[in-house]
Ligand binder design. Structure first.
Ligand SMILES: [Zn+2]
Length: 121
């Protein structure tokens, strides 16, 4: 026996066409507005995390230096999120750098990281 379908927004049982998803326009509009708000929030959160990551890398890099070493502990302590990067770059030696905009890191051994600042050559 098939389960009676329910409105995606309010959960009321649906009658009528088999492909119906909402009990009415009110619920359809609310549902779609919610989806849009969720995806806007998601983009905002990711942008915020990327900006924060970039700032942490920038702060850890001494002014005027091209690179510096740090530890995973230090990065996490500042609130760095390894989940968010803007892009990767693999150099000709096969080392992959993970970037947040113009600042990046290269994982080293023993949970250490090399922080670098991208410069156009
Ligand atoms: Zn409904």
């Amino acid at each position: 026996m098939e389960q009676p379908k329910t409105c995606l927004q309010c959960g009321k049982p649906l009658r009528g066409r088999a492909d119906k998803k909402f009990c009415g326009d009110y619920c359809r509009n609310n549902y779609n507005n919610q989806l849009k708000a969720d995806s806007t929030n998601y983009v905002r959160n990711v942008n915020h995390a990327l900006g924060k990551n970039r700032r942490i890398l920038e702060d850890l890099l001494p002014a005027g230096e091209k690179m510096t070493k740090t530890t995973k502990e230090k990065l996490l302590h500042h609130g760095f999120s390894f989940k968010y990067i803007t892009h990767k770059f693999t150099n000709k030696n096969g080392s992959t750098y993970y970037y947040c905009y113009d600042h990046g890191y290269l994982p080293l051994d023993n949970e250490r990281y090399l922080i670098v600042h991208w410069r156009e050559e």
